[in-house]
Design a protein around this ligand. Structure first.
Ligand code: KG4
Ligand code: ZN
Length: 382
């Protein structure tokens, strides 16, 4: 039995967890900084780093307490050392080093993206409220769609630790596109959940109306590649949002020939109060992003005869993406339960277990690497 303390501070969640044999969660503590960054409309790196400093030891203490495991029972300490925000990563790496050094424990440096992938190895029933226990480990070869705030990568995994890059975003990451579109629509931060909630209120999604033709967005297919591009969609949302708002600003009321006639006027903050045109635009944007992510992932899984498809990263929490990928893929789709899609430390401990199995231990000179990549066997996207 290998008991690992995982630590995660790469962005705006201060997290610690205790995991047995890379799969069984004994505790999983996440202190989110969401509220702190909300007023800025995004993560402020220095504020995030300082908040990690405040939260990291309480998070570790709580994780050990909740797990019933004492420091001397641990086998290793694992920590995300990149990619992410340098100042944030430093807090986690230094805390992990201190604990490992003081207790003579092995230290494992984990790639944050590998952590997201290995959230798929964690047993579901350990998460309160989720009854869909999934006991069999994921099967290789596996096509994995990593969709987070900073990354969108389609990867073929032949075995533990073996990654072939099939495609990646050429501009914005999917999560970044959600965050930017949400800001343009006045929906607040973080954008993914806000767009999702707003889209659920769209009359066309609820079967009450046809989707407004003006809001039909072109899908950026980049045919012949497994690459993605989301910046055009973001710009399209901006233009449409401006066209909805401008006449209101000028005349104090909506024009008579645009979708806002029927749907509402200027947006106020938050998905629950958003006017109907915002909900329709959010739904249309979400559908366009999901269509491309699903289309490419399904094709890659077929081409590479994947036995499974895995979703990973914060955007994997998106219900439409989960549903449509499962509905369209031939291979079985696995995805972590929603709380394990966004940043957490259980996924770090899970990835570390397989690194330890392969004999990989970090030295005391472990550094952070804000641009750390997965160790791809090929040099770039096809
Ligand atoms: O993996 P993650 O927690 O942090 C990074 O490693 O970046 O991903 C955060 C991203 C944010 O862009 C957030 O808007 C997005 O994941 N996200 C979602 C949803 N929940 C979080 N995007 C779409 N739908 C969601 N339900
Ligand atoms: Zn992440």
């Amino acid at each position: 039995m290998t008991i690992i303390l995982g630590i995660e501070t790469s962005c705006d969640e201060t997290a610690a967890a205790v995991v047995v044999d890379g799969r069984r969660i004994l505790s999983n503590v996440v202190f989110t900084q969401e509220e702190l960054h909300q007023s800025y409309g995004g993560v402020v790196p220095e504020v995030a780093a300082r908040q990690h400093l405040v939260g990291i030891l309480p998070a570790v203490e709580r994780a050990l307490h909740d797990s019933g495991v004492a420091l001397e029972d641990l086998d290793a300490v694992a920590v995300s050392h990149g990619p992410g925000l340098a100042g944030s990563l430093l807090v986690g790496v230094n805390a992990a080093k201190g604990i490992a050094f003081a207790r003579g424990l092995r230290l494992v440096g984990v790639n944050h993206l590998e952590g997201h992938i290995y959230a798929n190895w964690l047993l579901h029933d350990a998460v309160r409220g989720d009854r869909s226990a999934q006991r069999r480990p994921p099967q290789f070869p596996m096509v994995c769609l990593i969709v987070s705030g900073g990354h969108t990568e389609l990867v073929l995994m032949a075995e533990h630790g073996s990654y072939r890059l099939l495609g990646r975003t050429r501009d914005d990451a999917a999560g970044e596109a959600f965050d930017k579109a949400a800001r343009m629509l006045g929906l607040g931060y973080p954008g993914g959940p806000a767009i999702e909630r707003a889209a659920e209120r769209a009359p066309s999604r609820r079967g009450h109306a046809a989707p407004p033709a003006a809001f039909q967005l072109t899908r950026p297919w980049l045919r012949g590649t497994y690459d993605f591009s989301f910046s055009g969609l973001k710009t399209a949302v901006l233009r449409l949002a401006e066209s909805q708002r401008a006449p209101v600003k000028a005349t104090g009321r909506a024009p008579t020939t645009r979708p806002s006639d029927v749907l509402g006027s200027v947006p106020v903050s938050g998905p629950e109060q958003a006017p109907l045109w915002v909900t329709e635009l959010a739904a249309s944007f979400q559908q366009a992003v999901v269509d491309v992510l699903v289309g490419k992932t399904v094709s890659a899984a077929a081409e590479f005869r994947a036995r499974q498809i895995a979703l990973a990263g914060g955007v994997a929490a998106n219900r439409l993406l989960r549903e449509q990928l499962s509905a369209q893929a031939r291979a079985p789709v696995i995805c972590p339960p929603i709380p394990l899609c966004t940043d957490n430390a259980a996924m770090v401990a899970a990835a570390a277990y397989y690194r330890l199995e392969a004999g990989e231990v970090a030295g005391w000179d472990l550094d952070v690497n804000p641009n750390l990549r997965l160790p791809y066997t090929n040099s770039g996207a096809c």
